[in-house]
Design a protein around this ligand. Structure first.
Ligand code: LMR
Length: 314
C-alpha cells in the first residue's frame, strides 16, 4: 500500500528502509526482492538492515510494527516486559538518527506504552509526533455500527476511540454519526451499545487470535494506511479520526504524559489537533477513567525504561 501510492499519494516517491533482526534477515531479503520485482513506480529505494540507528537515518515516518506478538490467552500487559526494552533501544535510535520532524506510529503491543517508551527515549523528536495505533479499533467500531444499522460503513463518521488499545478502550457511541445523524437516534438500543457494541469492539483483537491463533494482520495493515492518510489528508468537516497521542494539554482532563487515544482532526500537513467538542456523559467518563487508570498503571510498570524512579507493576 505504501509503495503503490495509496497512502502518501500518487505523486509522492518514497524510499523504504526495512528494519529486521538477525533471525528474520532472510524474510527481510525476501520482502525486499518482492518489492523490487513489483516495479512500483514511486518506490525509489529499498534498504534492509538490523541496526536501528542505520535504518532510521533521516526517516520522515517510522512505522514500528514489530513486537513479540500476543498468543492465545495472553493479555497485553504480559507483553510489557518482553517488548518494553526493544522500544527503549529503538527510541534511542530514533533520537540519534531520525529526522527531527519524524512521525512515529507504534503498532506492536502494548502499543500505547511502547510508544510512550519510544517517545521518552527520543527527546530530540517532538512528543506530539508519537502515535499508537487505535485506528484499527475505530474501523472495528464503524463496522459494528454499519452492520447494526444496515447502512454502508462509509456513512458512519465521528467515531472516537478513547484510551488504551486494550480491552479497557472506550469506543464512543454517544458522538458517533450514521448518515450525518447521531448513531443513537438510529440505533435506539442503549443496552446494545453498552453490552454488545462496546465489548465486541474492545475484545475483537483477542477474539480473532482465538479463531486462528494469530493477531489480525490484513485489517491492521489497512488501518495503518488509514492512520497515516488521516494525517496527510485534511479531515472532512465535522469528522474526526482516532489516534493515541501524548495527552499533554488535552481538554478532557486526561492525565498528562500518557499515550492516550483521542478524537483528532488534521489539516493534512502531518500535524493534528485533539477535537475539543466531544460530549461525554457519566458512563463514558467512568469508562474513560478506567482506561486512563490502566495506562497509568502500565506507565508505572515501565518507569525504569523511561527514566523515572519507583513505580510498581501490580
Ligand atoms: C488487535 O487488536 O488485533 C491486536 O492488537 C491484538 C494483539 O494483541 O495482537
Amino acid at each position: 500500500m505504501l509503495a503503490s501510492g495509496e497512502v502518501y499519494g500518487k505523486d509522492q516517491p518514497l524510499s523504504l528502509m526495512l528494519l529486521g533482526s538477525e533471525r528474520s534477515y532472510g524474510a527481510l531479503e525476501g520482502v525486499a526482492m518482492e518489492l523490487e520485482d513489483s516495479l512500483y513506480p514511486l518506490l525509489r529505494e529499498v534498504t534492509i538492515g538490523i541496526d536501528p540507528v542505520e535504518m532510521f537515518q533521516d526517516a520522515d515516518w517510522c512505522l514500528m510494527i514489530g513486537a513479540k506478538p500476543r498468543g492465545p490467552g495472553m493479555e497485553r500487559a504480559d507483553l510489557l516486559n518482553a517488548n518494553g526494552e526493544v522500544f527503549q533501544v529503538q527510541g534511542r535510535a530514533l533520537n540519534e538518527s531520525a529526522s527531527k520532524d519524524c512521525k512515529v506510529l507504534v503498532v506492536g503491543n502494548p502499543c500505547n506504552t511502547n510508544a510512550l517508551i519510544a517517545m521518552e527515549n527520543a527527546p530530540r523528536l517532538a512528543r506530539k509526533n508519537f502515535h499508537a495505533l487505535t485506528r484499527l479499533d475505530e474501523n472495528r467500531a464503524k463496522c459494528q455500527l454499519a452492520m447494526k444499522s444496515g447502512k454502508f460503513y462509509t456513512s458512519v463518521s465521528r467515531v472516537a476511540i478513547w484510551g488504551n488499545h486494550s480491552t479497557t478502550q472506550v469506543p464512543d457511541f454517544l458522538n458517533a454519526k450514521i448518515g450525518g445523524l447521531p448513531a443513537m437516534n438510529q440505533i435506539k438500543d442503549l443496552e446494545w451499545f453498552k453490552k454488545d457494541f462496546t465489548p465486541t469492539v474492545a475484545t475483537r483483537g483477542g477474539a480473532l487470535i482465538k479463531k486462528w491463533g494469530k493477531s489480525s494482520a490484513a485489517s491492521t495493515a489497512v488501518s495503518i494506511a488509514d492512520a497515516i492518510r488521516a494525517l496527510v489528508v485534511p479531515t472532512a468537516p465535522g469528522d474526526c479520526f482516532s489516534t493515541a497521542v501524548c495527552s499533554d494539554g488535552n481538554p478532557y482532563g486526561v492525565q498528562e504524559g500518557l499515550i492516550f487515544s483521542f478524537p483528532c482532526r488534521s489539516k493534512g500537513d502531518g500535524d493534528y489537533e485533539i477535537c475539543n467538542d466531544f460530549i461525554l456523559d457519566d458512563w463514558l467518563r467512568s469508562k474513560i477513567k478506567a482506561t486512563e487508570d490502566e495506562l497509568s498503571q502500565e506507565k508505572s510498570c515501565v518507569s525504569h525504561l523511561i527514566g523515572l524512579d519507583g513505580g510498581s507493576c501490580a
